[in-house]
Every structure is written in C-alpha cells, then in structure tokens.
Write a protein that binds this ligand. Sequence first.
Ligand code: NDP
Ligand code: GFR
Length: 312
Amino acid sequence: MGKCKILVVGGTGYMGKRIVKASLAQGHPTYVLQRAEIGLDIDKLQMLLSFKDQGAHLVEGSFSDHQSLVDAVKLVDVVICTMSGVHFRSHNILLQLKLVQAIKEAGNVKRFIPSEFGMDPARMGNAIEPGRVTFDEKMVVRKAIEEAKIPYTYVCGCCFAGYFVGNLCQLSTLVPPKENVIVYGNGHKKVVFMDEDDIATYTVKTADDPRALNKTVYIRPPENILTQKELIEKWEKLNGRKLTKITLSKEDFLAPLKELDYAQQVGVGHFYHVFYEGCLTNFEIREGEEEASELYPEVEYNRMDSYLKRFL
Ligand code: NDP
Ligand code: GFR
C-alpha cells in the first residue's frame, strides 16, 4: 500500500506551492488542480508545468464546474486546500464550500485539510471587526465539513515568517526597519513564528496520520515561541546594530483603524489579536488536540535566527 494520493487545491499560491513541494518530497502521488480560469496568468501556468516536471499530475477543473471538482477529488485519497485568505491579495475562503460539496458527493476522500494555517478560528469568537470575517468564514467551512461527515484535519496556530518575521512584525512592509521599530505594548506577548516550508512539511505529515484524524493540529514548536522583543533582539544581534524602539499602546494601535482601507483594517485586527492579546499562545493545547512538533519530532524546523539571515 503506497503513500496516499494527495490533491492540492490552490497549488500555485503562497502556501499552496509549498504544500505541492512537501507532498512530492514526502513521496505522495501528487495531483494539482489546474484551474481553467488562470487564462493568461503565465506565472501560474509555468508553476503548474514545473510541478508536472517534478512528477505531479495536473488535473483540469474549475470552481464554476461542480462535476470537474467531483472528478478531480475521485482521483485521490486526501485533499489539501490552501484557498486565499489575505485581504490585500484575494480572499475566497467561502469558495471552499463548493469543494466540500464535491468531496461529499464523491464520497472517497479519507481526509480533507481546509485552508486554515493561522489563528484558530474556533478561538476567535470575540475577534474585532472587520478582521473577524476571516475566522467567521473559516468556521462556516468547518461546519459544512463536519455536517457532511468528511474526515478532516485543521492545521493552525502560527504566523507565517514571510509576513511577520522579516519585517520584525511591522505592518505594511516585508523587510526590517532601519532606524525605528514599533513595539506592540511591551512587546512581551508570546507569538509563534514559522517558516512556511515547515508549515507545509507538517501539514503533509498529518494527511495520512490517524492521530490527526478529526483533530486540530497546532504548530507551536518550542524554539519558535518568541515575543516581538526577542525577535527584535535576534535581528539586532545578527545585524550588529540597535534599533530605536517606539512603544505603541493598544489604544494608539487601534486608533487609526477607521481611516485605513478594508484590507488594512483586516490586517490591523489580526495583528491586534496576535500581539496585544497573544492569541496564539494564551491557551494550553488540551486533550483531543495535537501539536505538530510533538507529533513529528523528526522535523528539523527552521529557527528564526537563521530565517532572519536572508534579510541581512
Ligand atoms: P494565496 O493568496 O496565495 O491564494 C492561494 C490560492 O487561492 C491561489 O493560488 C488560487 O489557487 C486560490 N484562489 C484565489 N482566488 C480564487 C478564486 N477566485 N477561485 C479559485 N481559487 C482561487 O493564499 P495564501 O497562501 O496567502 O493563504 C492561504 C491560507 O493561509 C489562508 O487560509 C490564509 O488565511 C492563511 N494565511 C496565514 C498566514 C499566517 O501568518 N498565519 C499568512 C497568510 C495567509 P490557484 O493556485 O488554483 O490559482
Ligand atoms: C497569524 O494568523 C493569521 C494571519 C491568520 O489567521 C489569517 C491571516 C493572517 C495574515 C495577516 C492578516 O491578513 O497573515 C499576514 C497578515 C497579512 C497582513 C500583513 C495584513 C496587513 C499588513 O499590513 C501586513 O503587513 C505585513
């Protein structure tokens, strides 16, 4: 009995392409949805062709063609969806309801891993507007999965290093500040920062792991549980220069919310929960929930000291 067959939906995306890579690297027969709508998006097409060169199977389909989704899903054992969820890119979390319907009708899927990969939406019931939309929509998808009795694994619990580490947690930039760094409150809330490649590695490992069946798997490896202050210190040590810290109270952080555009308001809300409430680490992982680095101690996850080196 070979490795389970995996279909990646959203495979040319920021997380999706890493899931495809991890699925191939872990020896799974890997299928990637090739959406009719990509049209003249030459980067997507060429990425799909490169996946094929690496041994993946491209499966033509479209979210506007239900049967094509059913046919795609029937080819595999596991479906991993990395549907977009960052507002200034595109945001289509609810589109997954079409995929859930297709999986329900096909009836063969042994595990569905929906697009999560962030704060646990089940713990974000009190999230502020408008950023709460991300969590409300992810909960709508979870409800549909569970009502359809589709076996699932929810992978969540950390910040993508690409959006939170290179910039030392600053908004609206992806690179480190040169002089001043804004510190959220006292900068002491514990956060979990992960290299996206490691998130993909862990996610694929859960795909055929019975211990992850119908479970939430948090990604919270001990050495990547850091405060913003600790992250800034790591950068200062690497870069050999101190930054001027500017402390921002939660009131001052939230004050400009109304003047921002919608996508930025969403982001500010997400940052607020992560850095002022410590929402990624302000709860114990309890019975019936799993933690990825405990399930898979063999994974040598990337520490943030080495992640930061690329920005020197
Ligand atoms: P992307 O913005 O890269 O989009 C992923 C894929 O979504 C696209 O490649 C595309 O698939 C698909 N998609 C987008 N629009 C449509 C559409 N209209 N119809 C069909 N498919 C569509 O997603 P990310 O990788 O940024 O986000 C993935 C998940 O990760 C989300 O749940 C997000 O909330 C979460 N996230 C978490 C972060 C964290 O710090 N914890 C940071 C960023 C995201 P295709 O490849 O077929 O074109
Ligand atoms: C940490 O958990 C999440 C993070 C999550 O559950 C869902 C989405 C995210 C997004 C954030 C908000 O959309 O990851 C990155 C961040 C996107 C973002 C970054 C938004 C506004 C910004 O100014 C920004 O600057 C780096």
